[in-house]
Write a new protein. Structure first.
Lengths: 109, 118
């Protein structure tokens, strides 16, 4: 079946630290992959996406590369800010979206 | 702002009651999806409508139903409410031609409706 596995949180970092949130998937076919972000008390915002193998999605300093050989779509950012504190969801699209469990990121000054 | 609107923002009701959640998709989007977000189940797909027709069902209870109207807005009806139905309900829309053309399956989410059943 189709599924997404994300690293457990919370991830706690100091401002300007490097961020990696791991995401691996299981899918039949070649789905599009997404990262969504949910800030406290808000809805889901699309952060970035990749539609085929080796595509790199990027937005607001965040990046993720669609790796078919390792079935991964890890989220990275070179220097996090306090304002990046949120819950990050990895998802794949097979018509509907299948989400990971979410990873809470807490960034301290 | 994603362009997807949902009303109401908050809803508090009692067990056994019925409520209706409303969603208006982004201009030009034909697909509407409903999702439930709860602490124990995470984000779960409920149902998908494309241009007025039901396309797919997920983990949607029989007490729940939905429809998409000719103007493409959608309503999710929840009846015989139970305490466990308390959750955030999101709708999302996409261009989605239904054939999963590359890039058309990006879903944009509304702000959600927080349902509290007392």
């Amino acid at each position: 079946g189709n599924s997404v596995t994300q690293m457990e949180g919370p991830v706690t970092l100091s401002e300007e630290a490097f961020l990696t949130i791991n995401c691996t998937y299981t899918a039949t076919g070649y789905p599009s992959l997404f990262w969504y972000v949910q800030y406290p008390g808000e809805g889901l915002q699309l952060l970035l996406k990749a539609t085929k193998a080796d595509d790199k999605g990027s937005n607001k300093g965040f990046e993720a590369t669609y790796r078919k050989e390792t079935t991964s779509f890890h989220l990275e950012k070179g220097s996090v800010q306090v304002s990046d504190s949120a819950v990050y969801f990895c998802a794949l699209s097979v018509g509907k979206l299948i989400f990971g469990t979410g990873t809470r990121l807490q960034v301290f000054p | 702002d994603s362009g997807v609107t949902q009303t109401p923002k908050h809803l508090i009701t009692a067990t056994g009651q019925r409520v209706t959640l409303r969603c208006s998709p982004r201009s030009g989007d034909l697909s509407v999806y409903w999702y439930q977000q709860s602490l124990d189940q995470g984000l779960q797909f409920l149902i998908h409508y494309y241009n007025g027709e039901e396309r797919a069902k997920g983990n949607i209870l029989e007490r729940f139903s939905a429809q998409q109207f000719p103007d493409l807005h959608s309503e999710l009806n929840l009846s015989s409410l139970e305490l466990g139905d308390s959750a955030l309900y999101f709708c999302a829309s996409s261009v989605d031609a239904g054939g999963f053309e590359l890039g058309t399956d990006t879903q944009y989410f509304g702000p959600g409706t927080r349902l509290t059943v007392l």
